[in-house]
Design a protein around this ligand. Structure first.
Ligand code: GDP
Length: 298
């Protein structure tokens, strides 16, 4: 546990340094709040969440009657923790067999890597997993998923050049027949502006529900934490098209834009089931609001 917190702290230092230097002065005055506003905006916290945090912080400072800038940092950590709290929710597996997770994202967000990490995480917890390679266009994507399947000794349903919705249907049907705990459907990366590809995702979702009336049980979006406000826009667009139930935020090991989680909490509070803190398979952690706030302001 400690190891990953250190990595998260080290990673978020890029985001946090400009925020924490605000509190090195000697007075709590307008200049401090202005500097803090700039630092939060620079960290991609967004206008709304920044405004919210500043107001909440000023209230807390007044209540505490403190005159020490250093103490303000602690109060900001509390304000940030409260803002982020709605994002903290565990992914529940087990209410359905199989639990069907559909995983979406733009290219390069870390979707395939995250599916690999998640597969290991689930397998380590004793869950049986079946992977569905619904990215039928890119051979490399299928191969990469195949590598994760082999490495974790889980089954995979894959078909070259087939219809992504048909592959997903087959995988969910197979998952039911083989009594798997989890079916992970990997979809091809796409931009929310590629409308025909967004229609394809809607189709996958529809067709999966034909294989199992209650599926998909989760529609996840993988976002690159390094892309800041762009990531927030992706959350909004994918949610509008598909109705997202959860997020995986990757690359928090070394981003200057970690404030985007506050923006998401303020504008589109969809649970962050996991965060990616490195390229290795074990670098996936559950999101904890307090830990994140403390790491950001460490
Ligand atoms: P996809 O196109 O969304 O499937 O993206 P990939 O899973 O192929 O990942 C793109 C790149 O991001 C790869 O080089 C991954 O190793 C890297 N990556 C994914 N997640 C993380 C993370 O949490 N931290 C870091 N540092 N790199 C990551």
């Amino acid at each position: 546990r400690q190891g990953w917190m250190d990595r998260l702290k080290a990673g978020l230092r890029k985001t946090g340094t400009s925020i924490t230097t605000v509190f090195t002065g000697t007075r709590i005055d307008d200049a401090l709040y202005e500097e803090l506003e700039d630092a939060l905006l620079m960290a991609d916290t967004g206008v709304k969440a920044t405004q919210h945090l500043l107001e909440d912080l000023k209230r807390r400072v007044k209540e505490s009657k403190t005159t020490e800038p250093a103490a303000v940092k602690g109060l900001l950590a509390e304000a940030l923790t409260d803002l982020l709290a709605p994002l903290q929710k565990p992914l529940t597996i087990g209410e359905h067999q199989p639990t069907v997770l559909m995983v979406t994202g733009v290219n390069g967000a870390g979707k395939t890597t995250s599916i690999g990490k998640l597969t290991k995480h689930l397998a380590d917890n004793g869950q049986t997993v079946l992977l569905a390679a619904a990215d039928t266009f890119r051979a490399a994507a299928r191969e990469q998923l195949g590598v994760w399947a082999t490495r974790n000794t889980v089954e995979i349903v894959s078909q070259e050049g087939g219809d992504p919705a048909a592959v997903s249907f087959d995988a969910v049907s197979a998952g039911k027949a083989r009594k798997k705990d989890v079916v992970l459907v990997d979809t091809a990366g796409r931009l929310p502006t590629q409308l025909h590809l967004m229609e394809e995702l809607k189709k996958i979702k529809r067709v999966v529900s034909k294989a199992d009336g209650t599926a998909p049980h989760e529609v996840l979006l993988v976002i690159d934490g390094n892309t800041g406000q762009n990531a927030l826009n992706q959350v909004k667009a994918f949610d509008e098209a598909l109705g997202l139930t959860g997020l995986i935020v990757t690359k928090l090991d070394g981003t200057a834009k970690g404030g985007v989680l506050a923006a998401i909490a303020q504008e589109k509070p969809i649970p962050v089931y996991f965060i990616g803190v490195g390229e290795k398979v074990e670098d996936l952690e559950t999101f904890n609001a307090r830990e994140f706030a403390q790491a950001l302001l460490a």
